[in-house]
Design a protein around this ligand. Structure first.
Ligand code: NAD
Ligand code: UDP
Ligand code: UDP
Length: 312
C-alpha cells in the first residue's frame, strides 16, 4: 500500500484513476482546482477513509508527503484549454515544475499525462514515440501543445539532472463515462446531440481521423507504465490504434443511439490535425498492454452514462 497523489483527480481520467488506485488498496490524495473537474466525479469516494480531497491549483507550490505522483492536472478539451490559454500554459509548465520539485524532495516516482498533441498535425502516420511532431508554436492550440511539450522537457531534465524516476505517457483521444457533456469533444458532442435529437455537427468534411481509447483501457495502461522498472521513462503512446473518420464515428453513434438526428457540416477549426493513430508497439513490449474494448462496446457504456446524466 502506498500514498499516491493524483493531480486533476476530480476530472474525467483522474477520477477513474482514483477509483482504480483505491481498488488496488492504496491511499489516494486527490488535488484539483475544479476548473473542469467536478465533485460529482468523486462524490462516491468522499466517505472512503483512504481517499482525501484537496482543493489546490498546481501552479502554486504544494508540500505534501506521498510515495507516487500522477500529474493529470490540465484542461484537456480545446474549448476549455482555449478559454484561458495563459493559465493553460502555466498549469502545464509551472504545474510540472512544482510537481517535479515535490517529487524530488520526497523522492517519489512521478508520471506525466502528456498527449498525442505533442505530435501536432503529424506528417508521420501512425505516430511513433521517436517522431518529433509538427506543432504550430503560435496558434490557438499552442498553449496546450507547447505547454505539454515543455512539461515533457522538464520531466526528462529532472530525470537526467536529478535522477528522478519519471514516466511520460502520451495519451491519445480517450472517452467514456464522466466526460464533460459540454466540453466540445467529438465523442461527447455526438452522443449528447444524438440523445437530444439535435443535428450532429461534423467539422470540415468529416474525413479527418482519430483513434478512440476507452477509459478503462487507458487507466490500465497508465498504472502499468507507473510500475515499469525505474530506468524506463518512456515516452509511451497509450491509446487505441483502431482509426475512424469523424463521419464513421457519427454513423456509429447514430446507429447505437437511434433517433432522427441528421448530419450537418460546420467549418474545421484552425490547426485541426488531419489524422491521428498511435503506434503502440512500445506499450505492448514494455507494459505488456494493449486496449481490449472495441469502439462499439465503449460507446454503449458512454451512451448509457449520458442517457442517465441527461435524464437527471
Ligand atoms: P479533465 O479536464 O476532465 O481533467 C483535468 C482536471 O485537472 C480537472 O479536474 C481540472 O479541474 C483539473 N485542473 C486543471 N487545471 C488545474 C490546476 N491548475 N490545478 C489543479 N487542477 C487543475 O480532462 P481529462 O480528459 O481527464 O484529462 C486529464 C489529463 O490527461 C490532462 O492532463 C490531459 O491533458 C491528459 N490527456 C487527456 C486526453 C483525453 O482524451 N481525455 C488525451 C490526451 C491527454
Ligand atoms: N516545490 C513544491 N513542493 C515541494 C518542493 C518543491 O511545490 O515539496 C516547488 C517549489 O516551489 C519549487 C519547484 O517545486 O519552485 C521546483 O523545485 P526544485 O527543488 O526543483 O527547484 P528550486 O526549489 O531550486 O526552485
Ligand atoms: N469534431 C467534430 N464535431 C464536433 C466536435 C469535434 O467533427 O462536434 C472533430 C474535430 O474537428 C476533430 C475531431 O472531431 O477533427 C476530434 O475533436 P476533439 O476536440 O474531440 O479532439 P482533438 O481534436 O483534440 O483530437
Amino acid at each position: 500500500m502506498q500514498s499516491i497523489l493524483v493531480t486533476g483527480g476530480a476530472g474525467f481520467l483522474g477520477s477513474h484513476l482514483c477509483d482504480r488506485l483505491l481498488e488496488a488498496g492504496h491511499d489516494v490524495l486527490c488535488v484539483d482546482n475544479f476548473f473542469t473537474g467536478s465533485k460529482q466525479n468523486i462524490r462516491h469516494l468522499l466517505a472512503n477513509p483512504h481517499f482525501e480531497l484537496m482543493r489546490h491549483d498546481v501552479t502554486f507550490p504544494l508540500y505534501v508527503e506521498v510515495g507516487r505522483i500522477y500529474n493529470l492536472a490540465c484542461p484537456a478539451s480545446p474549448i476549455h484549454y482555449q478559454h484561458d490559454p495563459v493559465q493553460t500554459t502555466k498549469t502545464s509548465v509551472h504545474g510540472a515544475i512544482n510537481m517535479l520539485g515535490l517529487a524530488k524532495r520526497v523522492k517519489a516516482r512521478i508520471l506525466q499525462a502528456s498527449t498525442s498533441e505533442v505530435y501536432g498535425d503529424p506528417e508521420m502516420h501512425p505516430q511513433t514515440e521517436d517522431y518529433w511532431g509538427r506543432v504550430n508554436p503560435i496558434g490557438p492550440r499552442s498553449c496546450y501543445d507547447e505547454g505539454k511539450r515543455c512539461a515533457e522537457t522538464l520531466f526528462f531534465d529532472y530525470h537526467r539532472q536529478h535522477r528522478l524516476e519519471v514516466k511520460v505517457a502520451r495519451i491519445f483521444n480517450t472517452y467514456g463515462p464522466r466526460m464533460h457533456p459540454n466540453d466540445g469533444r467529438v465523442v461527447s458532442n455526438f452522443i449528447v446531440q444524438a440523445l437530444r435529437g439535435q443535428d450532429i455537427t461534423i467539422y470540415g468534411d468529416g474525413q479527418q481521423t482519430r483513434s478512440f481509447c476507452y477509459v478503462d483501457d487507458l487507466i490500465e495502461g497508465l498504472v502499468k507504465l507507473m510500475d515499469t522498472p525505474a530506468d524506463f521513462a518512456g515516452p509511451v503512446n497509450i491509446g487505441n490504434p483502431c482509426e475512424f473518420t469523424m463521419l464513421q464515428l457519427a454513423e456509429l453513434v447514430l446507429r447505437l443511439v437511434g433517433g432522427k438526428s441528421k448530419l450537418t457540416f460546420a467549418p474545421l477549426p484552425q490547426d485541426d490535425p488531419r489524422q491521428r493513430r498511435p503506434d503502440i508497439s512500445v506499450a505492448q513490449r514494455m507494459l505488456q498492454w494493449q486496449p481490449r474494448v472495441s469502439l462499439e462496446d465503449g460507446l454503449k457504456e458512454t451512451i448509457a452514462y449520458f442517457r442517465a446524466t441527461l435524464a437527471r
